[in-house]
Design a binder for this molecule. Structure first.
Ligand code: SIN
Ligand code: FE
Length: 314
C-alpha cells in the first residue's frame, strides 16, 4: 500500500481515484484542497479543555446540524456549529468533485475535531488509536458500505504520524477466522440469529435504543477489538509509516486500511459512508472478502456466496 500524492487541485483532467482508495492506498494532498479559514483553525486550536465542558472529541452531526461533545455554553456551541457547518460544506463539495461516483450514493456521517496530542494518551485498549485497527462504528452499522474519511491536519507545527498495515484482504485472510468469523456467520443465518433480529426490532418498537446489527457489522466491530488486543499482530505485522504535515489533507477507507495514529494534534475529519454499488470494485470490498472466506452471506437477504478456491481450502 502507498501514498498517492495529488500535488495540484483542481486536476488538469479527470482521474478516477476509486481503485486506488478501494485497494487500500491513501490519497494525499500536501496542500488542503478546500477553503478553511485561519480564523476557524485558530478558534478550534484555542478551545480550552479546563473544567471538562468540552470533551476530547467534538463531533458534528452533519445531517442534523448539531454539535456533540460540549456541555453548556450556548454561544460557544453556536460558534462551533457555524465553523463545523462551513468546514463540512467545503470538504463535502471538494470530495464530491474528486469522487463523483461515490457522491451520487453516499451518506454523510459525522465530522469531528481531534484536539488532543495523540502521543501517550493512556486510553483503555479498545479506545486506543495508537494500536493498529480497522474502523467500525458501534452506533452506526454500515451493512457492507465503506467508511471513507477525509482528515486535515490543522496544527500549525505538528506533523500527524500514522502507522498502517496491509489492506483488509491480507489481514482478514490471516485473522478473520481466529477473530470468530465462522461463528458470527453461522449464528447470523440460523434461526437463533433471526430470533435475535426480531428481538432487537421488538425492543426498538418498545422505544429501547438497541442497534440492529447485521452479521457483517457484528464481525467488523469484533475485528476492531480483536486487532487491538492481538499483541502478536501489533508487534509483527507489516508496517508503513506516514507523515502528514501541517496543512495537509488525506483520504482513506479506514475499514479497508488498518491504521493507527502515533503522534500529532489538532485534526479535522469528515466521514462518508460509501455504498457498495458505487465502488469501482465491489467484489474486493470487506463484505465480499469476508463472504468468500466463510462462504456464507453476511447481510440478511443476500444469496449464498461462492467460496473461492483458495479460501475454501483454508
Ligand atoms: C483513527 O481513526 O484511528 C484516528 C486517526 C486520527 O485521528 O488520525
Ligand atoms: Fe480508526
Amino acid at each position: 500500500m502507498s501514498l498517492v500524492t495529488v500535488e495540484h487541485w483542481p486536476l488538469p483532467q479527470r482521474v478516477d481515484y476509486r481503485p486506488q482508495l478501494e485497494g487500500g492506498n491513501i490519497l494525499f494532498f500536501p496542500a488542503t484542497p478546500f477553503p478553511l479559514s485561519d480564523q476557524s483553525k485558530e478558534f478550534l486550536r484555542n478551545l480550552s479543555f479546563a473544567g471538562g465542558a468540552i470533551h476530547k472529541n467534538i463531533a458534528y452531526r452533519t445531517s442534523l446540524d448539531r454539535i456533540t461533545g460540549i456541555d453548556g455554553d450556548v454561544s460557544l456551541k453556536s460558534q462551533l456549529r457555524d465553523i463545523f457547518r462551513d468546514y463540512s460544506r467545503s470538504v463535502v463539495r471538494f470530495t464530491a468533485e474528486l469522487l463523483p461516483q461515490y457522491a451520487r450514493d453516499w451518506t454523510l456521517d459525522y465530522a469531528s475535531f481531534r484536539p488532543l496530542e495523540e502521543k501517550g494518551r493512556g486510553l483503555p485498549t479498545n479506545k486506543r488509536n495508537d494500536l493498529i485497527h480497522t474502523d467500525a462504528f458501534p452506533s452506526r452499522p454500515t451493512n457492507g458500505a465503506l467508511i471513507l474519511r477525509v482528515f486535515t491536519n490543522i496544527s500549525p507545527a505538528k506533523t500527524r504520524i500514522w502507522i498502517t498495515s496491509d489492506p483488509f484482504r491480507a489481514v482478514a485472510g490471516r485473522f478473520a477466522r481466529d477473530a470468530g468469523l465462522d461463528h458470527i456467520a453461522t449464528v447470523g443465518s440460523s434461526t437463533a440469529g433471526q430470533i435475535l433480529n426480531q428481538s432487537v426490532r421488538l425492543l426498538n418498537t418498545l422505544g429501547l435504543p438497541v442497534v440492529p446489527r447485521s452479521p457483517y457489522d457484528r464481525f467488523m466491530l469484533r475485528f476492531h477489538d480483536y486487532l487491538k488486543h492481538n499483541a502478536d499482530f501489533q508487534a509483527n505485522c507489516t508496517k508503513h509509516r506516514f507523515e502528514f504535515p501541517p496543512g495537509s489533507t488525506w483520504l482513506v477507507f479506514t475499514d479497508v486500511v488498518p491504521h493507527s495514529v502515533q503522534a500529532g494534534q489538532h485534526a479535522l475529519e469528515q466521514t462518508f459512508i460509501v455504498a457498495r454499488r458505487s465502488l469501482a470494485n465491489p467484489h474486493d470490498s470487506p463484505l465480499s472478502i469476508l463472504e468468500q472466506i466463510c462462504a456464507k452471506p453476511l447481510l440478511p437477504g443476500r444469496s449464498q456466496p461462492a467460496a473461492t478456491a483458495t479460501t475454501a481450502q483454508q
